[in-house]
Design a protein around this ligand. Structure first.
Ligand code: GLC
Length: 584
């Protein structure tokens, strides 16, 4: 029996009556928190900027390449405070041009910028009166780039946020650092320790007051790494932000701490989170500029990632690490331009949209927007169909029109076939990266979920229904092909994990099998709730074979998540076509 999950757009009818006072009405129905967050959730796309003294060594110290992200170089290379401070004497980003940064962010389709006002190294990138260790007082540059950026943001109608490292401050005797919680000493023995609260009262609080007061009203304050944070410090910092009711803050002030939004870092979560969230992501591997980091994600990957995130109801904060001269690295500029070129034509399908009502679409993603009289469904087609038909599974609606977003004169014919909507898809591929097709629907609609569930005695989890979790750097596993032919390929990094969400209609015992191609024997860990199974897959001699992974007991009906991960980092790799849970 297929379980039907039905989403009915009743609310939409209420929202879409042709009443000119509709927008005000909508505002009145929002809670104060929703009103505050409205611009942010509509924006969907922002720019993160990590810029500081670390851009000068750019990942290299005394001729040695220091592993890790570049803004951590002081800690990773154990650089003494006095020595690191010297970087300020030569930091002179004369090519910095705030207007150009903002114009490029705007062209890319970004609606807000979040920039590091002080990172863990303790150096303020703005004119601070609370600490002389800042760009105006300690460098030959003597300008306040964040003031210039704030002015440019006002000029070009760009929202602005500052990142502030409230707990870690490697420069101060009371600041925290990695290992502080475990009682490890700071790497620099000359930094005579002082109590944490002295640092909080003497630097963090005054600096947070400065940035909130002096930069024309910040929209966002982005806290980071609450290492060693205390409740007392969190309360005091929060009291400062309480004076700014419109200010949006993240969840990294303290732990646990909800803030206004959560911050998945370097990965895209699975669908269906019912709170505000923002994925922060690097274009290569490092946040701060690292001259030899060539591990760039392609523009295609970034455009699809933005859309994937929007289709799950989240925001995307994409990072740029400017150089010590004050310029965006060329590969970042190229990518921002490519994203912008796509967004100029297709931005409507991203801004102000909400999450997809479909569980999975084999050819891409979907975003939706309420419009007068109904709903626009934006179908983001990553893989344009080769058989002439774009099928929207399990969809019943009063369709008024279907057209290409980038050219509304291009209409498509459609028909309903059983449970599906079939759209005629000509053989021309309009956009290799992501073609957006708009389905205009009047009134109510019904989406029948295609979430995997018990059917003919088993729950089948195909490769293209998996959420793939790759490490921030390293080799990335990916999904190739569609449906029964889809494969997880390039699964060579032992840190990459696969997860599937599925529905359980009948609790009981299930045998888990998988169709894999493994060159040599490897270990896999399977996890579902508290159940863990360690299993061994032997070599399948270069072909796909069904392998039994073990048996699990599922005691409750409803949604479950299963994850499959290699049991060690350096594993031998495998390709996988599906996972199957067979009811015993
Ligand atoms: C991490 C890092 C930091 C970076 C941040 C961005 O917490 O410590 O360097 O700024 O992630 O999300």
């Amino acid at each position: 029996m297929k379980k039907l999950v039905v989403i009915i757009g009743t609310l939409l009818i209420l929202m879409s009556c042709s009443n000119p006072g509709n927008d005000n009405q909508k505002k009145r129905n929002l809670t104060p928190e929703e009103q505050k967050m409205e611009w942010w959730t509509d924006a969907r796309f922002g720019m993160f900027i990590h810029w500081g003294l670390y851009a000068e060594p750019a990942g290299e110290w005394k001729g040695e390449r220091i592993p890790g992200i570049s803004e951590w170089i002081m800690c990773n290379a154990k650089i003494p405070v006095k020595e690191y401070e010297k970087l300020a004497e030569t930091f002179n980003p004369v090519k910095f041009n705030a207007d150009e940064w903002v114009k490029l962010a705007k062209f890319a389709g970004m609606k807000y910028i979040v920039i590091t006002s002080k990172h863990h190294d303790g150096f303020a990138m703005y004119h601070s009166l609370a600490s002389k260790y800042n760009i105006v007082d300690a460098t030959p540059f003597t300008r306040d780039p964040l003031k210039e950026l704030a002015d440019a943001c006002k000029k070009y109608d760009m929202r602005l946020g500052f990142y502030y490292s409230q707990a870690q401050d490697w420069h101060e005797p009371g600041g925290t650092y990695r290992g502080y919680d475990e009682g490890k000493p700071h790497w620099d023995p000359n930094l005579v320790r002082e109590p944490f609260m002295d640092y909080v009262e003497g630097k963090a609080i005054p600096q947070v007051k400065e940035i909130l007061e002096n930069y024309g009203g910040l929209d966002i304050l982005w806290w980071d790494t609450p290492f060693g944070m205390t409740e007392e410090a969190a309360e005091k910092l929060k009291a400062v932000t309480d004076d700014y009711p419109k200010l949006i803050t993240n969840n990294r002030l303290y732990r646990p701490w909800p803030g206004d939004f959560s911050t998945p870092e370097q990965y895209v979560p699975p669908t269906g989170l019912d709170y505000n969230w923002e994925v922060c992501m690097t274009m290569n591997t490092s946040w701060g500029y690292k001259w030899y980091d060539e591990n760039w994600k392609s523009s295609e990957d970034l455009i699809r990632m933005l859309v994937d995130i929007a289709s799950k109801g989240g925001n995307f904060l994409l990072n740029v690490g400017p150089t010590a001269e004050g310029e965006f690295p060329e590969p970042s500029v190229e990518r921002l331009k490519a994203i912008g070129t796509w967004m100029q034509k297709n931005g409507e399908s991203v801004y102000g949209t909400s999450a997809s009502p479909f569980f999975k679409l084999p050819w891409g993603r979907c975003t939706v927007k309420k419009v007068r009289g109904g709903t626009n469904f934006y179908l983001h087609v990553f893989d344009w169909p080769k058989n002439g038909l774009l099928t929207v599974p399990g969809f019943k609606a009063n369709v008024k029109d279907i057209y290409l977003l980038s050219n509304s004169n291009q209409h498509f014919a459609w028909k309903f076939d059983g449970e599906n909507l079939d759209i005629h898809a000509p053989s021309v591929i309009f956009d290799e990266v992501n073609t957006v097709v708009v389905v205009k629907v009047k009134g109510q609609y019904i989406v029948e979920s295609n979430k995997p569930t018990l059917f003919n005695g088993s729950i089948l989890l195909p490769a293209d229904f998996a959420d793939v979790y790759n490490p921030g750097y390293g080799s990335h596993a990916k999904i190739e092909g569609q449906g029964t032919k889809s494969v997880i390929s390039n699964w060579v990094d032992g840190r990459s994990k696969l997860k599937w969400i599925f529905d359980v209609s009948e609790p009981g015992r299930y045998r888990v099998e998988t169709l894999v191609n493994a060159e040599s024997s490897s270990g896999l860990n399977l996890e579902i709730g508290d159940n863990k199974i360690a299993s061994e897959i032997r070599s399948t001699d270069g072909k796909f074979d069904v392998v039994k992974l073990g048996e699990i007991e599922i005691s409750e009906t409803g949604d479950h998540m299963i994850s499959l991960a290699p049991d060690r980092e350096n594993w031998n790799g495998a390709e996988l076509m599906y996972l199957e849970l067979i009811k015993l």
